[in-house]
Design a protein around this ligand. Structure first.
Ligand SMILES: [Fe+2]
Length: 386
């Protein structure tokens, strides 16, 4: 029962709270800010109100909007060059997981030498970075409260995890108004990423009572809100609950890390550039089925959190009900039932196995996992065999 819990990020929530970021940064004594975002966020007009807030507080800023999906080390190091030239008081990320992860890399590499990929692994970064404030515009990544950033090595197509307490953002502003007009496919993909975080965190070998409580509450909120967020869209209560659930799941896995779904999905993202949330959602039932014999009671807890009455079910039936609930959700949200439809090609199987096994997430997956197991999970997910 010995455990350690550390979450230094200050979290602020509220409809419209992103408009107060200028005032807030000014209260910290900041007058020069480096904004990290992507072109989609800029086009959607989400950034405008935040820019206005900075201007009203007499904060000067520059915008780095070159963020790409599945961020690469080159992309991050390009931002590092610019942040060093600009020399701001702090960094402000506005966007989804890619923008936040890129901003984490930029902020940390402003104060450390070499390349971001030099720090792959856990606890290798020597110096803290620039103060980082993040404003997520999707509900899923949880990156606003995690100690990691995922960086694609373009030469090897490997998605490397850089993990350090210095990567926790200092401040996170959760403003559901920014997610109000998300396209439904993004709502589905990012929401299912959050559900995957919560489920993988709950069953991880390195879970603890705090992260378990966070995971279960995240699962409950997602189960109650994801379909309405997808089908209705602009109901602010659903959007708020999804944003909070995403943060809770992030806070959970920042402590416990994840499992085989993320080990394989990062590999698929690196090799085939498949969007992270969709890869996770599609893989999740296959990995849950693989993991069931190692953690059946926990799977029953997951089924209950997903809203299933498990009182008259055996442990095996309850655990299987969790898998069926995820399959049903995927169907409702129009997520493919196999990874072939996502563009995966089995010619790359040896590399997919090797890269997945290299992920630290395999080691803390509830069920002991071999190369052969990863092969079987990928093949089952490819042919849609459940
Ligand atoms: Fe994820």
């Amino acid at each position: 029962m010995d455990f350690h819990y550390y979450l230094p990020t200050t979290i602020k929530t509220g409809r419209g709270i992103s408009k107060s970021v200028g005032n807030f940064l000014r209260s910290l004594g900041h007058s020069k800010v480096f904004i990290v975002t992507d072109k989609g966020v800029q086009k959607a007009g989400v950034l405008q109100e935040i820019e206005n807030s900075l201007k009203e507080s007499s904060i000067s800023f520059t915008i780095f909007s070159e963020v790409v999906p599945n961020p690469t080390s080159e992309n991050i190091m390009e931002g590092v060059k610019k942040v060093i030239e600009y020399n701001p008081d702090s960094v402000l990320a506005v966007g989804g997981g890619s923008s936040i992860d890129t901003a984490k890399g930029i902020s940390i590499m402003a104060k450390n030498s070499g390349n971001i990929l030099d720090y792959e692994g856990v606890g290798k970064i020597p110096n803290d970075g620039l103060i980082l404030t993040v404003i997520p515009t999707t509900a899923g990544t949880g990156s606003e409260v995690t100690a990691s950033t995922i960086v694609t090595n373009t030469e090897t197509k490997f998605k490397a995890a850089v993990i350090s307490p210095y990567l926790f953002p200092n401040y996170a502003f959760l403003d559901a108004e920014l997610t109000e007009n998300l396209p439904s496919n993004v709502t589905a993909a990012t929401g299912m990423d959050a559900l995957t975080h919560a489920i993988e965190s709950y069953t991880s070998k390195t879970t603890n009572p705090v992260s378990e409580a966070l995971s279960l509450q995240a699962i409950k909120l997602i189960a109650k809100n994801i379909e309405k967020a997808y089908f209705v869209g602009n109901d602010m209560s659903n959007r708020e609950n999804m944003l909070v659930a995403s943060m809770l799941a992030g806070a959970a896995f920042s402590q416990s890390r994840l499992g085989n779904v993320h080990a394989i999905s990062h590999t698929l993202g690196g090799v085939f550039n498949i969007p992270h949330g969709i890869a996770n959602a599609t893989l999740l039932p296959f990995v849950m089925k693989f993991n069931l014999p190692a953690c059946p009671e926990k799977m029953v807890d997951i089924a209950s959190a997903l809203g299933i009455n498990t009182s008259n079910l055996s442990i095996q039936e309850g655990a299987e009900a969790a898998i069926h609930a995820v399959i049903r959700l995927n169907k409702q949200l129009n997520i493919p039932g196999n990874i072939k439809e996502l563009g995966v090609n089995l010619d790359a199987l040896p590399k997919l196995i090797e890269d997945s096994m290299r992920s630290g997430n395999v080691l803390i997956n509830p069920r002991l996992t071999t190369d052969e197991d990863i092969k079987e999970i990928i093949e089952n997910a490819y042919y849609g065999i459940l």
